[in-house]
Design a protein around this ligand. Structure first.
Ligand SMILES: Nc1ncnc2c1ncn2[C@@H]1O[C@H](COP(=O)(O)OP(=O)(O)OP(=O)(O)O)[C@@H](O)[C@H]1O
Ligand SMILES: [Mg+2]
Length: 362
């Protein structure tokens, strides 16, 4: 490890009293810090560690052994060694699964080495998901673009001599590919604006039924291509909502697209509505493979895709994230109910329009 040029803590208090107070504050900070701090002496043994370090690494692990030995055992790898900071990453067991730990070691001269220990599992996961995501975007764009250009090639050569029925088939392939591209780009843009915090909805009195019709413009083709059927069980008394019609159609389109994509051929997708205390609950129910319970809490996370389907069907892992942002922006909520082998239901709620009108009139 390279030696750091000496740096001193800057003391701002001038009076002795201020300095004593500062010392105490620093001691408190050592205990309260959410990052783990470990101090090793010149012999490499741990001299002191704060509660966060114990929480991450465990008290038994830290007590009475050289810190470097611990890092050796866990297979820590150097990711950076510059400006006097030696940065390493290693795996460590967390409550639920293995996590990634980042250790920054800084020499403090003859007194030893100061190590900051931080759980960077979430960042590491996000980075990996983003890398996969870029590949997936390219892959997802390639399929409709390839279909578009292959169909256009055929049309350029033979459009004038083609029987009308064949021409129609070609045109609907073109339309399907164009819609797929539009849907992908829209999801990408929306994910960007959700991330930037600029995502908005404009709620007006709207009908769930007509939003569903709009959603079907895109999803009917998906269902048809897998010989799936859509069943509507919309109760007339739970049709009027206060919602952004285009966005609501987008939620339905994303949920129906999932139901169609992940369920086998010849199955039924059912849309059910029900009244719920001033809200309308809309459910999209499928007869697909279901989602393992341990994966359910992560479904609404950006880029997340179940291990069950990752290799079978394309997708970017954005649909549910966007659905959730849209539903929350309306003041509703969204949840998944699923069991492996027994299908999946996604339920979301939107404020009832009539109820709000009545309240306003009261
Ligand atoms: N109806 C469903 N049945 C089974 N698994 C589902 C269902 N809906 C969602 N999933 C799982 O949740 C994951 C996330 O869904 P989400 O809609 O967010 O992304 P995606 O469908 O993979 O990609 P896209 O961005 O194209 O929608 C899916 O990859 C799949 O693993
Ligand atoms: Mg999806």
């Amino acid at each position: 490890m390279k030696e750091r040029p000496p740096e001193r803590r800057r003391s701002l208090g001038r009076r002795d009293q201020d300095r004593a107070f500062e010392e105490l504050a620093i001691q408190d900070a050592f205990v309260a810090l959410t990052d783990g701090i470990i101090l090793t002496g010149p012999d490499g043994f741990i001299v002191s560690a704060n509660p966060a370090a114990f929480r991450v690494l465990g008290e038994e692990t830290l007590n009475g052994r050289p810190f470097e030995e611990l890092l050796l055992v866990t297979g820590a790898a150097t990711v950076q060694d510059a400006d006097g900071h030696h940065v390493r990453r290693t795996w460590f067991p967390r409550e639920d699964r293995m996590g990634v730990l980042e250790i920054v070691s800084t020499s403090i001269g003859e007194r030893g080495v100061l190590h900051t220990v931080r759980d960077v599992t979430a960042q590491a996961e996000l980075l990996r998901l983003k890398e996969d995501f870029l590949l997936q975007v390219a892959h997802e764009l390639r399929t409709p673009i390839a279909a578009l250009s292959a169909t256009l090639d055929l049309l350029v050569d033979d459009a004038l001599s083609m029987p009308p029925a064949q021409l129609m088939t070609m045109v609907s392939t073109l339309r399907r590919s164009a819609l797929r591209l539009e849907h992908l780009v829209e999801n990408l843009l929306d994910a960007g604006s959700i991330e930037a915090g600029t995502f908005q909805v404009r709620a007006v009195p709207a009908s769930v039924r007509s939003c569903l019709q709009e959603a079907m413009v895109f999803t009917q083709m998906l269902l048809d291509s897998k010989h799936q059927r859509l069943e509507e069980r919309l109760r007339p008394d739970s049709d009027r909502v206060l919602a952004d019609p285009r966005r609501t159609a987008q939620v339905l389109a994303n949920l129906i697209a999932n139901a169609s994509r992940y369920a086998p051929e010849n199955t039924t997708v059912t849309i059910v509505t029900a009244g719920r205390d001033g809200f309308v609950q809309v459910s999209v129910v499928d007869e697909g493979p279901g989602i393992p319970a341990d994966e359910q809490p992560r479904l609404f996370q950006r880029f997340f895709r179940s291990r069950e389907v990752r290799d079978q069907a394309g997708g970017l892992g954005l649909g549910l994230t966007i659905c959730r942002a849209i539903v929350l922006a309306h003041g509703g909520d969204i949840r998944v109910e699923s069991e492996v082998g027994r299908g999946t239901s996604v339920h979301f709620t939107l404020p009832k329009a009539r109820q709000l009108a009545e309240e306003a009139g009261a």
